[in-house]
Design a protein around this ligand. Sequence first.
Ligand SMILES: [Zn+2]
Length: 296
Amino acid sequence: MRNARTLLFGVTLFVAVAPAVAHAQARKVYISVDMEGISGVNGDNQTSAAGAEYGRARKLMAEDANAAIRGAFDGGATEVVVNDSHGSQRNLLPEDLDPRVRLISHSFKRHGMMEGLDSTYDAVIFVGYHAKAGSPRGVFAHTGSGVLRDLQINGLSVGEGGMNALFARWYGVPVVMVTGDDVAVEEQRATVPNVRGVVVKRAINSRAVELRPLAETRREIQEAAKSAVASARKTPPERLARYTVRMEMRDPTIPEVAAAFREIRLVNPSTVEFSRESMPDAYRLIRVLYRFINTD
Ligand SMILES: [Zn+2]
């Protein structure tokens, strides 16, 4: 009798609390998907549309994205938006994706890999990320495009994951998870110390990798996304007074063009510097400089 009463109390309590909990967990999740750090991807004939194995790679990309999407919904997401964040940003095919998501596609964007993120989101997940420019061991290590040797924001050298984390922080949306090779996951901790990481492959050097079994990495991505989303807590927006950006290029052609804009200072023939009062504005100009100036 005593046991039955305890049980009954437990059930009553659960019923009373459940609607409130369900409401509190309504979650909007943003997933930015790059390609170099996807499970099974390890060749440069996979990462651009002209490559012989591109068709395979975009399917692999969709599979890792789908694992994260399933996990996000399992973890309480009520809405998931996926942003295609690689190259042309038209790699993911909507027919290959979990039918519950919306897809942001095409690279003509102000905010590239973070297009559309704002303070209405509750969590950000990075899938398929890679090491920053100059990392000696990361597979396909680069930042933004091939033109950058280093990118610094307020004195901190960052890759795409670091830059994107600062963007998310501007809106107070936590980056809760990253997937990629071991170097990419480790580098992410410089800007998001307690980020949940799924290492899908081990970089042997800048080209060779040890690939983990696909079924295993996808299962791990799903499980990590589930717990990352379930435990995500929004933070107050972090808005610094000034974002000073220094971009060191591989050659002086882009700085030569960029110096035409009065607010862009030439630090040396291959390095430019500028300041912006918001991270989204800084991000937009970084993107213009590495992507939309053609000096061919
Ligand atoms: Zn990238």
